[in-house]
Design a protein around this ligand. Structure first.
Ligand SMILES: *[C@@H]1O[C@H](CO)[C@@H](O)[C@H](O)[C@H]1NC(C)=O
Ligand SMILES: *[C@@H]1O[C@H](CO)[C@@H](O)[C@H](O)[C@H]1NC(C)=O
Ligand SMILES: *[C@@H]1O[C@H](CO)[C@@H](O)[C@H](O)[C@H]1NC(C)=O
Ligand SMILES: *[C@@H]1O[C@H](CO)[C@@H](O)[C@H](O)[C@H]1NC(C)=O
Ligand SMILES: *[C@@H]1O[C@H](CO)[C@@H](O)[C@H](O)[C@H]1NC(C)=O
Ligand SMILES: *[C@@H]1O[C@H](CO)[C@@H](O)[C@H](O)[C@H]1NC(C)=O
Ligand SMILES: *[C@@H]1O[C@H](CO)[C@@H](O)[C@H](O)[C@H]1NC(C)=O
Ligand SMILES: *[C@@H]1O[C@H](CO)[C@@H](O)[C@H](O)[C@H]1NC(C)=O
Ligand SMILES: *[C@@H]1O[C@H](CO)[C@@H](O)[C@H](O)[C@H]1NC(C)=O
Length: 545
């Protein structure tokens, strides 16, 4: 930069400074003041009187004197972030009739006395996050009737005075997350008739008083996750008619009272992940008809009964992964017309009913990974027109004829497999092969059941007097899978363990020839179990008639 230009900027800065005095170590803007120099040893006395916002970041002063800010009576916002504050004189924030937003975050003081904040009648947002507070005095919010948001996250509060929140009739948001609260006084929240969001996440609650939320008729969001709650009182949510979202994940809930959610007609989001539930009461969700998202993953569920989700016609995401579910009733998802995401991974499912996903026409994502599935029934995805994200890995897929439906489905929609690493666990010669990379001809059932039953070849097609030929009844008794060529002249019948008989019609039809001496012929035979190749060699040996 040219020296002239530099001089010009220096003069301009000087003019600005002169025009607008600013405390040493701070930056002053039109009405905002930022003080972030560590050496700042006290609240400056020369804060511009017209300032409305002041922010201190990582400053080293430890005390706020009485009425320290009263020279700037128009301050509406005071923020002290990561400072070394630990002492306060009474009425420290006195003389600030317009103060609306006061934040003291990241300092290390274990207690605070009520008279520091007296007279803050216009305060609407009060934040005391991450300060190591161990207790709060009962009168702390005495004149704060205008408070709408109170943040007390990340302290070391173990209990709270029962009448602490008495003045806070207009409070809309209360955050008590990440403290050490082990119990709550039953009347603690009674004054908070306007409360919309209550955060109690990550405390040490083991139980809740029956009527602790009884007066919170306006509550919309309730966070109780990350505690150690093992039992919920049956009526604990019974007055929360406006509740829309409820977080109960990462607790120790073993069983839920059947009607615990029955007043929650406005509930759209419910998270029960990471509890110890092994059973769900039949009508648990009968009244929460507006649920959109429901998570039950990481529990101990072994079964889920047919009608459990029957009324959830708006449900769009259902998570049942990481349980021990062994089977699902055919109609369990029948009414979930809006379902888009269904997570069933990491369970003990061994088989699925062909109709279990029927009518889930909006389903886009389905996870079946890490179960014990060997195959999927024919037609299982026929009505899932929008399914494009399917997770199948981590199952012991049996790559035989029964997998043909899935195989063809995957090939028809070859971009839809979420994790291509989906391997065959059997039969032995296909073990470890990637399912979608197989050829359809490899999916054969050499020794499995023929569900369609045995169909005996017509008598006139059989070679008369063939030494392999057995009486029809005997064949029917143990033949389970019958392979033949399209002409029906070569028929092979197998049961589970081995192939029991072969019929080859050698007497030529018109226009074809029989087998010559010393000749080999092969046929590709098909059955409902799959394909089989049969090779017949005839060798005439010298000396025999
Ligand atoms: C405070 O604000 C009022 C109204 O906006 C104004 O009249 C007054 O001059 C301001 N006071 C200071 C010290 O700037
Ligand atoms: C409240 O403010 C008034 C006047 O501004 C003052 O006289 C009084 O000391 C303050 N109250 C407390 C408890 O500091
Ligand atoms: C607050 O904590 C300080 C130590 O940080 C202690 O000296 C003081 O007695 C405590 N005050 C109250 C009221 O507990
Ligand atoms: C849903 O909440 C509204 C208030 O927001 C309330 O009037 C209504 O009764 C609630 N609906 C149900 C089904 O509880
Ligand atoms: C389902 O969602 C629709 C659209 O958002 C809404 O109008 C309807 O009330 C919801 N149904 C229930 C039972 O909440
Ligand atoms: C709720 O589900 C139950 C059980 O399936 C059923 O009897 C009832 O009719 C359903 N109610 C509504 C409103 O869908
Ligand atoms: C699927 O929907 C059709 C038509 O809406 C209905 O007749 C059938 O019973 C449904 N199937 C299941 C399993 O709910
Ligand atoms: C589920 O499967 C796991 C491992 O495959 C097994 O340890 C567990 O006992 C099974 N649980 C049930 C209920 O079958
Ligand atoms: C068939 O092969 C055997 C030995 O491989 C031979 O001895 C015999 O002569 C052959 N017969 C005819 C008809 O070719």
């Amino acid at each position: 930069m040219l020296p002239g230009a530099w001089l010009h900027w220096a003069c301009l800065l000087l003019l600005l400074r002169l025009a607008q005095p600013c405390p040493v170590g701070c930056d002053c803007f039109v009405q905002e003041v930022f003080c972030s120099i560590e050496e700042l040893a006290a609240i400056p006395r020369d804060i511009p009187p017209h300032a409305t916002n002041i922010v201190f970041i990582e400053t080293s002063f430890t005390m706020v004197e009485a009425r320290a800010f009263s020279g700037s009576p128009n301050l509406t916002k005071v923020v002290l972030l990561n400072t070394r504050l630990s002492h306060w004189e009474p009425d420290a924030f006195g003389g600030l009739p317009s103060l609306q937003d006061l934040e003291i975050t990241g300092s290390a003081f274990p207690n605070i006395s009520a008279n520091i904040f007296s007279n803050l009648t216009s305060l609407s947002k009060f934040t005391l996050n991450f300060n190591m507070l161990e207790a709060l005095p009962e009168g702390l919010f005495h004149h704060m009737g205008a408070l709408a948001s109170l943040q007390l996250q990340g302290n070391r509060l173990q209990t709270l005075p029962g009448r602490l929140f008495q003045p806070l009739k207009h409070l809309k948001t209360l955050n008590l997350a990440q403290n050490l609260l082990a119990q709550l006084p039953e009347q603690l929240f009674d004054p908070l008739g306007s409360l919309q969001t209550l955060r109690l996440s990550n405390n040490a609650l083991t139980s809740l008083p029956q009527r602790v939320f009884a007066k919170l008729g306006s509550l919309q969001e309730l966070f109780l996750d990350g505690n150690s709650i093992s039992d919920l009182p049956p009526e604990v949510f019974s007055q929360l008619f406006c509740l829309e979202k409820l977080w109960l994940q990462r607790n120790a809930i073993v069983h839920l009272p059947p009607s615990v959610f029955s007043s929650l007609g406005n509930l759209t989001f419910l998270n029960l992940q990471g509890n110890a539930l092994w059973e769900l009461p039949a009508d648990l969700f009968a009244q929460t008809k507006g649920l959109i998202s429901l998570s039950l993953s990481h529990n101990r569920l072994e079964t889920v009964s047919e009608g459990t989700f029957a009324n959830l016609s708006n449900l769009s995401s259902l998570t049942l992964s990481h349980n021990a579910i062994t089977q699902l009733p055919a109609g369990i998802f029948r009414d979930l017309k809006e379902l888009i995401k269904l997570y069933l991974g990491s369970n003990n499912l061994t088989a699925l009913h062909p109709d279990v996903f029927q009518n889930l026409s909006k389903l886009e994502l389905l996870s079946l990974s890490r179960n014990l599935l060997t195959t999927l029934p024919e037609g299982i995805f026929d009505t899932n027109y929008n399914l494009f994200n399917l997770a199948l890995h981590g199952n012991p897929w049996q790559c035989d004829c029964h997998l043909a439906y899935l195989f063809n489905w995957l090939h028809e929609y070859n971009d839809r497999l979420f994790n291509i690493q989906t391997y065959c666990a059997g039969p032995a010669y296909l073990k470890g092969q990637v399912v979608p990379a197989l050829k359809e001809e490899q999916l054969v059932c050499p020794v499995t059941r023929d569900l369609l039953g045995f169909q005996a070849p017509r008598m006139e097609d059989r070679e008369p007097g063939s030494s392999w030929d057995l009486i029809a009844e005997e064949r029917a008794a143990w033949s389970r899978c019958t392979y033949s060529n399209p002409e029906g002249t070569v028929v092979l019948a197998c049961d589970k363990a081995q192939c029991r008989w072969l019929s080859v019609q050698l007497s030529p039809r018109q226009g074809s020839q029989g087998l010559m001496y010393n000749a080999t012929q092969e046929w590709k035979l098909k059955s409902s179990c799959g394909y089989m190749k049969v090779i017949v060699s005839i060798e005439a040996q010298a000396g025999e008639p």
